[in-house]
Design a protein around this ligand. Structure first.
Ligand code: G3I
Length: 315
């Protein structure tokens, strides 16, 4: 086989990548495959660039774990997606419980984003993560509650100033197909562009379920790129209800092919990242009881039919 990154590049995409996390890097067979640039020419740190990891104490920045992953990627010659500057989750208590007024919280967002984006130059960034509810309304968070939707442009502007070469994205889940939440993202991009805020891309997480890939996925990607932004599939996995069966694995293969083919078909869809590559380190079973097997390699690092589905999608 050619490798997933090789297949992606042959299809005109910039990268095929995987999320990873620091504890897994001690697993040498895991890290060897993660470092194989025929399979992956991009990495996303799954946790180590988040606010709780980088600024657990106000004004004190810690990049040890994030640097470990960035330096691995650099050694391997892989791109990095930075994940993530401003998100309602995995925030340290000093942010959530600080009860800051609008101008103080603005400067907290600016300081955080400036330091994080400025530390890792030249990356692609999920600057803002998961701003919307399922119905397309704004998610309540310490940021929205205090600043309204302006927290998005505050973060984007700080990111642009910290590194003019960085690509700046807003990222969310359940914006894979058309619908209320995707429409909210369309409207956000339009209003950011209208106000001159720096926005380069929309990240579609794509945490999907076997047999339930939205039929509108390609049209949805195209409605974002039509706004003049790029799109990336940022956290792809396709989970199933366990136990694994041959039929489920075959459906999963088709589902991966559908998602990849949709990205391939839209030139502004620049790349795809899976949310880790092996079922051994997937986040799914810890959050969705009785579900899992969401990734193209099984928990023994053996390729599943999904792998061939990805190759077929790029072909
Ligand atoms: O670091 C602590 C450790 O000290 C403690 O002993 C252990 C006990 O549970 O928890 C560790 O923290 C965990 C952390 O991952 C690091 O492993 C958290 O409990 C756990 O909740 C956290 O899960 C992460 C999750 O985001 C949190 O929201 C997943 O690994 C990560 O894959 C997941 O990624 C998110 C994206 O950022 C955004 N989109 C959805 C995606 C999946 O949930």
């Amino acid at each position: 086989t050619v490798g997933l990154a090789v297949a992606a590049k042959a299809a005109g995409k910039k990268y095929f990548g995987s999320a990873t996390d620091n504890p897994e890097l001690t697993d040498s067979s895991y890290t060897a495959l993660l470092s194989n640039t025929k399979e992956f020419n991009q990495l996303t740190p799954g946790n180590s660039m988040k606010w709780d990891a980088t600024e657990g104490t106000r004004g004190t920045f810690t990049f040890t774990k994030a640097d470990e992953i960035v330096s691995l990627a650099q050694t391997n010659g892989q791109l990095i997606r930075g994940h993530t500057c401003v998100w309602h989750s995995q925030l340290p208590g000093w942010v959530t419980a600080g009860n800051f007024d609008a101008s103080t919280l603005t400067s907290i967002i600016q300081t955080h984003t400036t330091n994080v984006v400025g530390h890792f130059k030249g990356k692609i960034w999920d600057v803002v993560n998961e701003p919307f509810n399922e119905d397309g309304t704004w998610r309540t968070s310490v940021f929205y509650n205090t600043l309204g939707s302006s927290f998005v442009s505050i973060a984007l502007q700080a990111a642009r100033a910290a590194d003019p070469a960085a690509k700046l994205y807003v990222n969310d889940y359940n914006i894979d197909g058309t619908g209320a939440k995707s429409t909210a993202m369309v409207n956000l991009v339009k209003s950011l562009k209208a106000s001159g805020a720096p926005i380069d891309g929309v990240g579609i997480q794509a945490h999907l379920i076997v047999g339930q890939v939205p039929s509108t996925i390609q049209a949805n990607i195209a409605q974002f790129t039509a706004l003049g932004v790029e799109v990336a599939i940022t956290e792809l996995d396709i989970r199933m209800t366990l136990p694994v069966t041959t039929a489920l694995l075959e459906q999963q293969k088709k589902d991966y092919q559908t998602v990849i083919a949709a990205c391939k078909a839209v030139s502004g869809c620049i790349g795809v990242t899976i949310w880790d590559y092996t079922d051994k380190y997937s986040w799914v079973p810890s959050v969705f009881q009785g579900q899992g097997a969401a990734l193209p390699w099984d928990d023994r690092l053996v390729k599943k039919p999904a792998y061939d589905g990805i190759v077929a999608g790029f072909a």
